[in-house]
Design a protein around this ligand. Sequence first.
Ligand SMILES: Nc1ncnc2c1ncn2[C@@H]1O[C@H](COP(=O)(O)OP(=O)(O)OP(=O)(O)O)[C@@H](O)[C@H]1O
Ligand SMILES: [Mg+2]
Length: 361
Amino acid sequence: MAITEAQVLDALRTVIDPDFHRDIVDLGFVKDLRVEGDAVSFRIVLTTPACPVKERFQRQAEEAVRAALPAVKSVTVQMDAQVAAASRAPLFENLIPQVKISIAVASGKGGVGKSTVAANLAAALAQTGAKVGLLDADIYGPSMGLMLGVTEKPKIDDEQKKMIPIKVHGLEVISLGFLLDPDMPVIWRGPMVMKALEQLLKDVAWPELDYMVVDLPPGTGDAQLTLTQKVPLSGAVIVTTPNEVALIDARKGLAMFQKVNVPILGIVENMSWFVCPHCGGVSDIFSRGGGARTAQQIGVPFLGEIPLDPSVRMAGDGGRPVVLAAPESSVAQAFRELAGHVAQQASIAAAASHGAEPEQA
Ligand SMILES: Nc1ncnc2c1ncn2[C@@H]1O[C@H](COP(=O)(O)OP(=O)(O)OP(=O)(O)O)[C@@H](O)[C@H]1O
Ligand SMILES: [Mg+2]
């Protein structure tokens, strides 16, 4: 008896997306299904190319078809992704409609590695094939120029009268640091910066982007609150170190985003532990595990932990994030896993913004 498309689809209904708790046929992920004799082929289009369970989906889909239809001789599953845009407030629509998902990287406390996480997150997402932009909105210490090795100023497109983002390491980058005089006292910056920030969204020729990663200044004061209202955000990632002082500030950061109704994608623990390069011994300098505990207490996802590793700082100072400078290192792997979890939570938040509330696992 001939194998039918309906039979294949029925088999694929047994593959459930762990985030959305629905099967992949129902979610509309299965495309271009073809049955030619005993050969079956189709594409699975996920909501992010950074999906951490991509391989598992591929394997499960193939196994599901083979198990249900023994007559099938070959199964070709092509994995693909189409980032779904979050629905946004009108402000967002007006300022950067070409950005599907914007992710703030924030912290309650300074110096916890926010910019480092932002740069590596952006680079890791871009490595999966996503189109990624990076907006450095840190009024106090824009650092993306240094971290990404950008020395030139952005050019202006004469026709559009818009600034063109700098292309570096596969990213589209704009930093307040490209525009501000580094010697200008911070006290004068406030009002100018708000104006400049609006321009960074409106007057920049941002291309179509799957993700825009936004590096925010540390803290939860008025300036930060205003920023979170000015920059239209689909979600926020909070970076913390595991020590209690940083965690108290991380909680304040969470509260700030809740106040302005920005979904919290989760908490990242940076500088979790340190491996001594001399003896190989592991030290939990800032008491590893605090980030995960806080995430659990507050009821937000824990996105991952990044070790304290001198190669992270060296790569940052050298203008090339560690995921690019040393992609095979274990710390690069930790950043890639983090990026996968962030993308996963961003997909969930985007679906929720359209009213399709997935249950939390
Ligand atoms: N996991 C890590 N291992 C080693 N060094 C790190 C790590 N994370 C960050 N650093 C280093 O710590 C310093 C501070 O990091 P970073 O500038 O990213 O922090 P930040 O939170 O953005 O700071 P600020 O609040 O000033 O914006 C940098 O020199 C950076 O290279
Ligand atoms: Mg910073």
